[in-house]
Design a protein around this ligand. Structure first.
Ligand code: SAM
Ligand code: SF4
Ligand code: SF4
Length: 344
């Protein structure tokens, strides 16, 4: 397969694809899916594995080299390891998955043999009761068991843990989470609480900024030194005086739009060039209407070369006018605005 690099209007390459394989989830995180009921994507609209593979091939030939499976919860998609095994045959440098970890133990052997390169597990708290309050489900022990299973498997080298920090909820757990990550051999990334998708209860007061996180960590563990970074990675990495490394994803207060090389494909084939974009491109429609591989590539390339998105930077510019991006009514009317549809 020949490959070109496709750049947008700000010179950012199309090199990273987040592939949401389902909008369904077995948790109900307060910052992502806080409502009792949701408008789900209809089943006939969900891309088959063949369709996913066809679209991934188009992105790969336009320069994508990093692919992350996400959701919803990717492990609730049936036969996911079969899809991963097919994607693992593509010329992809980094094939990763973000999961809430609930079903990891059950699927780990298949994931290892599928050829997946890396796993990131979301873990916001070490407290079972806080986990239940935050996610609406009593699955904390399953998540910890899943992390232990990865830590004892061939996937241990790439294990990362992601924690969304919310003021007054889990901001007292920064050092315990770092200690836990160290025990299981994972790199921990703290994520600022974002105002997008199902974060309908978001307010600036609930955000613990990257700067505040660094100060709070320094108060116990000493100052963290910034590491030299890969230009497009969302996390800025730091080293503690004791040598431990952790990351900060400061999408809310110090976004990284200037180097953003990420495209997002929803489980029903809608393509978004920004997490904050109001509208996307219906690639499934183009695919199912019989467009050829060359036509699909032309469509994707024309959208990316016109891309000018800086969604998170525009949110920062709102300053004290900033609130949740979308209310519950608009999310019900268009589930494509949801974080669990776009894949985070
Ligand atoms: N279900 C999987 C999981 O939770 O890891 C994958 C999908 S989830 C949408 C991807 C990531 O988005 C998770 O790490 C989650 O914590 C993060 N996320 C969801 N809503 C968020 C918000 N309002 N602010 C910051 N991160 C958020
Ligand atoms: Fe939580 Fe991920 Fe599910 Fe959203 S998709 S509710 S972040 S587990
Ligand atoms: Fe990229 Fe949009 Fe996120 Fe900025 S807000 S980093 S442009 S996805």
């Amino acid at each position: 397969m020949t490959s070109v690099v496709t750049h947008d209007r700000l010179g950012r390459p199309l090199s990273n694809l987040r592939l949401s394989v389902t909008d369904r989830c077995n948790l109900r995180c307060a910052y992502c899916m806080p409502e009792a009921t949701y408008t789900w994507l209809p089943n006939p609209e969900i891309l088959s594995f063949e369709e996913i593979e066809t679209l991934v091939d188009r992105f790969v030939s336009l320069g994508v080299r990093k692919l992350r499976l996400t959701g919803g919860e990717p492990l609730v998609r049936r036969e996911l390891p079969t899809l991963i095994a097919r994607l693992a045959k593509k010329p992809i440098d980094d094939l990763a998955m973000t999961t809430n970890g609930v079903l990891l133990t059950e699927h780990l052997a298949d994931l290892v043999s599928s050829g997946l390169h890396r796993v990131t597990v979301s873990l916001d708290t070490l407290s079972p009761s806080r986990f239940k309050a935050l996610t609406g489900r009593d699955h904390h022990a399953h998540v910890l068991a899943g992390i232990d299973a990865v830590a004892a498997s061939p996937l241990r080298a790439g294990l990362k843990l992601d924690a969304v920090v919310i003021r007054g909820v889990n901001d007292g757990e920064l050092v315990p989470l770092l200690d836990y990550a160290g025990r299981v051999g994972a790199e921990l990334r703290f994520i600022e609480y974002m105002d997008v998708g199902g974060a309908t209860k978001w307010s600036a007061q609930n955000v613990v900024s990257g700067q505040q996180l660094l100060s709070a960590i320094a108060a116990t563990l000493g100052p963290a030194e910034p590491l030299k970074e890969d230009g497009s990675a969302p996390a800025r990495r730091f080293r503690l005086p004791d040598g431990r490394i952790f990351g900060l994803i400061t999408s809310t207060t110090q976004p990284f739009c200037r180097t953003c090389d990420r495209a997002r494909l929803t489980a029903d084939g809608h393509w978004y060039t920004c997490l904050y974009a109001r509208t996307g491109v219906d690639l499934k429609k183009a695919l199912r209407s019989g467009q050829s591989p060359a036509e699909l590539e032309q469509l994707i390339a024309s959208v990316w070369t016109g891309r000018n998105d800086r969604g998170a930077e525009e949110r920062v510019a709102l300053r004290d006018q900033r609130g949740p991006l979308a209310g519950a009514d608009s999310l019900r009317a268009d589930p494509h605005l949801e974080m669990h549809t776009r894949g985070g």
